[in-house]
Design a protein around this ligand. Sequence first.
Ligand SMILES: Nc1ncnc2c1ncn2[C@@H]1O[C@H](COP(=O)(O)OP(=O)(O)OP(=O)(O)O)[C@@H](O)[C@H]1O
Ligand SMILES: [Mg+2]
Length: 234
Amino acid sequence: MLKLTAVEAGYDLLQVLWGVDLHVEEGEFVAILGPNGAGKTTTLRSIAGFVPPIRGSITFRGTELRASLPHQASRLGIGYVSESLNLFPSMSVYENLLVGAYTIHDGAKVKATMDTVFELFPRLLERRDQLAGTLSGGERKMLAIGRGLMSSPSLLLVDEPSLGLAPMLTLDTYEALKTLRSRGMTILLVEQNVNTTLRMVDRAYVLEQGRVVLEGTGEQLLGNTHVQEAYLGI
Ligand SMILES: Nc1ncnc2c1ncn2[C@@H]1O[C@H](COP(=O)(O)OP(=O)(O)OP(=O)(O)O)[C@@H](O)[C@H]1O
Ligand SMILES: [Mg+2]
């Protein structure tokens, strides 16, 4: 479904990705793990069309995304939930969700998708008319994921949904991702929480200094000496 081949990318004077090869198949739940500054967010931003690759290619269902703009990636079915969330603080939960559905012109479909989001995150339904700026950190995360779902993407990119969340809320967020996955959503997740993530996903990549240094199933990586020493403290 998604294929990155020898992707190099970065910002003005700083190259961050040095030849990233990565693929995600339809229905797969895949994670990118790695230390701070490794280039995980940059990888997601490249796929979502915010950081165009300098070299290499990104294809989505056979279409080259190389020169793609964010709205084109979104129209092709790529949903992106960024680290910084980018919610509209002075708009309500309901209005923020509507913004996420801007590419969808079928009102019945928008309503059905919103019902699904409220079913996944009942707290959002309770706070439907509350301003996004007054939500707690965890509720804002849920709203950002919910908004990402409103365009009915076929691939969801999620950057560190657990960042700054209490353990209970982290589990709620993971449960929501697992539910989405069981309904056929393809997910590419960036996480710092290595142990839990490897138990949840089908496959994962370990990114270090802009290069993929390891790739495997969750089980394979849990048993890998480098992963155990560098990320699990075993
Ligand atoms: N807009 C930007 N302009 C310049 N440099 C940037 C920009 N965004 C990120 N960088 C740099 O690119 C490198 C990779 O950053 P990136 O955000 O991709 O890392 P990350 O793996 O997501 O890290 P973290 O786990 O801390 O979120 C870092 O050295 C960072 O300082
Ligand atoms: Mg990041």
